[in-house]
Design a binder for this molecule. Sequence first.
Ligand SMILES: Cc1ncc(COP(=O)(O)O)c(C=O)c1O
Length: 340
Amino acid sequence: MKIEAALQQYPKEDLTRTPTPLQHLPHLSTDLDVNFYLKRDDLTDLALGGDKPRKLEYEIAQAKAKGADTLVTCGSAQSNHARLTTAAARRLGLDVAVVLSHDQWHAIQGNLLTVYLMGARVEMIHTEDHWDLEEHALNLVRELEAEGRKPHYIPVSGTTPHSSLGYISGALETLTQLKEQNIIPDAVYLPFGTGGIFTAMLLTFREHGIDAPFFGISVNRNLDKCDANLEKWWAALCELLDIDPARPRGEFHLYEEFIGKEYGDPTEAGLDAILKMATAEGILLDPVYSGKVFSGFLSHHAKGDWGQGKNILMLHSGGVPAIFAYAGILEEHLRKRGRL
Ligand SMILES: Cc1ncc(COP(=O)(O)O)c(C=O)c1O
């Protein structure tokens, strides 16, 4: 069965307007001597956009089929996923509760501000690592059950086998646009958080015979953990879509050196990447995901890996509301670069 037909078997909610644009960025392309294309998933139209609406369309369809009335999830204080799960719940008339880490970005700004505005039940937990919040979220699930609710738990970043179908669909959409615009990519740059987006897009491109190397820029985990996640989502997606998991994956590379000290660390290279994209094209990136992906590309470009008209495709997966929580750091960086 073709991957399109296999995907059709799965129900989805309607949470956002697609396709998102696939844009050629002319000034950056001239500056860097490449053809730079940006897939604008920051423009999905649910509560300031990003990758999550695509994922939640499939995940919430599963939840509703099981009769869920409340969505429960967890993440960092500036979690995009918490913002978009809250928005999706509101749009579909569900209740929502989020467990967030009381980390250094907990000012009522950016994503956290929007979560409060949309009226989620918020529990702030003092923990060093927001990836360890699951236990707290599962306690909340049990509490809600005891109150007679029917909660559905969505793990951190929203990645599950079913939610990853959203990026099978997103990748198919991108492939159609590449074909329409006569573009054969030479490289594909993507964020790698839990790896849901990366794995789904890699599988879809390979199923369609596109063999461009993939570059996954890790935003939090070391390479061992990224590899393990890729294995996990690859196996799960192949099972859902009836694809032989032993099929070749083609060339791909994962990088941990752009993370900085930890998840969410605003690296100097990431901040410079934000300034470069904003100044060249008037497009905003964020310090946690898209700025780091672009900094990965810029670093490879500076080493001479790309140039001479190569076709570079990067996914902008959103995350922009976080710039308001990072305003102080961005202000400092603007001063450092003589822009303030
Ligand atoms: C803006 C943004 N981009 C990328 C990701 C990472 O996606 P994945 O976990 O599928 O690798 C996230 C996850 O939270 C995100 O919020």
